[in-house]
Design a protein around this ligand. Structure first.
Ligand SMILES: Nc1nc2c(c(=O)[nH]1)N[C@H]1C(S)=C(S)[C@@H](COP(=O)(O)O)O[C@H]1N2
Ligand SMILES: [Mo]
Length: 427
């Protein structure tokens, strides 16, 4: 079992190399030097800038995204270094989002990491003996595979999912990746509880905050180097339900989703689920990084100057398994399919309107309804007359939170949970 996973890792690397030889035939050159991210760990970057460099004579097919897996246009909408899932790609699928169509959100580029030399390093004042960063407690990939495994079905959703609707539905300008609805997916994650690893590393009662950090390259925002992706995680959440995941839907984590090991922080903003996890500082005091100070807070006229508290849970949302401007035959029986989810827990009810919000009917919830996942639903529809229609879906979760008509404005365009007006044509 262990050996298989390692073999799979090698296989993934070889396949990636075949997929874009331009970037990866220069592995030696791209290997990061000691002191940089992943020092001595054989980290290789699928670097878009390098892949595109003229000297490499990269084939036209070489992707410019830094993403390793294929991004066929019927499954994905490109978003710079990211890839958004098309919602019609979920039609006919089971409960989870298959790995080949799970959205990718990369601040920089997918690094290719050798699981055989990779180590998870824990250090800091919240551990017995306060080990420094230079003398961390280490766990190998094999160590983690040998520990008691748990599975968790959970969504990961980018905090900016639906961001483009601030402009298109509310006429508001916000900054950030202009995601439509597809920066969300549900997977069955398998791995080790973070709590277990923290205990083994010598967690003390003084510990309050963790700082998990990725092995991808430094994130540079408009010329400013912010260092590697890292976002503080309160110990209470870490001990509750956070997973160190090494499998996604029964396969080793694909490179783009954090191979060899990522955090899965269920119900919370996607940024918490740090990919390509390299180390975790465990501290006896609150920790800060740009990802809980300047990003992932709400900023705007209704917020304090330093922004809201750092964002934690995602809000309730819905999506139809249809593209925008889908067409339907008039006078025929159709079934509308969709999914709803919430960081607060299970979705209780979903109402659907086919007349732009004038009237509503309850959708039929189908199949599993995991508290940390989503629920599928459907509703028959027989449109009588040709014309343009707006489909709306509004979910209510188990805490009573219901999708509003208008999402509260914030400058970074986070948490757009308002009902999406989905245009379709009947002919
Ligand atoms: N190391 C690292 N972890 C990361 C990121 C990243 O760029 N680097 N992106 C985060 C963000 S913003 C999101 S929404 C999720 C996306 O996970 P996915 O790419 O597997 O869908 O990963 C998070 N973890
Ligand atoms: Mo995100």
């Amino acid at each position: 079992m262990d050996a298989d996973l390692t073999d799979e890792a090698v296989y993934e690397q070889i396949r990636a190399e075949e997929a874009h030889p331009g970037a990866l035939s220069r592995r030696g050159l791209l290997r990061l030097s000691a002191g940089a991210a992943g020092a001595g760990l054989g980290v290789v970057l699928a670097d878009p800038a390098r892949a595109a460099a003229p000297a490499l004579a990269a084939p036209a097919a070489a992707p410019a995204t830094g993403i390793v897996k294929p991004l066929p246009p019927e499954l994905f909408v490109p978003q710079g270094t990211n890839a958004e899932m098309r919602w019609e790609a979920m039609r006919g699928q089971g409960y989870t989002t298959p790995n080949d169509r799970f959205f990718v959100r990369n601040h920089v580029a997918t690094p290719l990491i050798d699981a055989r030399t990779w180590r998870l390093k824990l250090w800091g004042t919240g551990l017995h003996g306060s080990p420094g960063e230079d003398r961390p407690v280490e766990f190998s990939y094999e160590d983690l595979l040998r520990m008691r495994a748990e599975t968790l079905t959970a969504f990961i959703e980018c905090t900016g999912n639906n961001r483009s609707f601030y402009a298109s539905q509310q006429g508001q300008q916000v900054s950030g990746t202009p995601w439509g609805r597809g920066a969300v997916g549900v997977a069955r994650w398998r791995g080790v509880r973070l709590a277990t690893v923290l205990e083994r590393a010598g967690l003390t009662r003084r510990a309050v905050d963790l700082l998990p950090r990725g092995l991808d390259a430094d994130y540079v925002d408009k010329g400013e180097n912010l260092g590697r992706v890292r976002r503080p995680l309160p110990l209470a959440k870490a001990l509750k339900d956070v997973l160190l995941a090494y499998e996604m839907n029964g396969a080793p984590l694909p490179p783009d989703h954090g191979f060899p090991v990522r955090l899965v922080v269920p119900s919370w903003v996607g940024i918490a689920s740090v990919k390509w996890l390299g180390d975790i500082e465990v501290a006896d005091r609150p920790l800060f990084s740009p990802w809980n100070t300047r990003y992932y807070r709400l900023f705007g006229p209704d917020q304090p100057a330093e922004g809201s508290a750092p964002l934690t849970r995602m809000n309730v949302k819905s999506a139809f398994e249809l593209p925008f401007d889908a067409t339907f035959a008039a006078g025929r029986a159709h079934v509308l399919h969709g999914r709803s989810w919430s960081g607060n827990g299970r979705v209780r009810r979903v109402s659907v309107s086919v007349d732009g919000g004038a009237s509503w009917r309850p959708a039929h919830l189908r199949g599993p309804n995991h508290a940390r996942g989503w629920v599928r639903w459907e509703l028959p529809w027989r449109p009588r007359a040709a014309g343009r229609y707006e489909l709306l879906a509004r979910a209510t979760d188990e805490t009573g939170a219901r999708q509003p008509d208008v999402a509260p404005y914030n400058t970074l365009g986070y948490l757009f949970g308002a009902v999406v007006r989905h245009p379709v044509t009947v002919r």
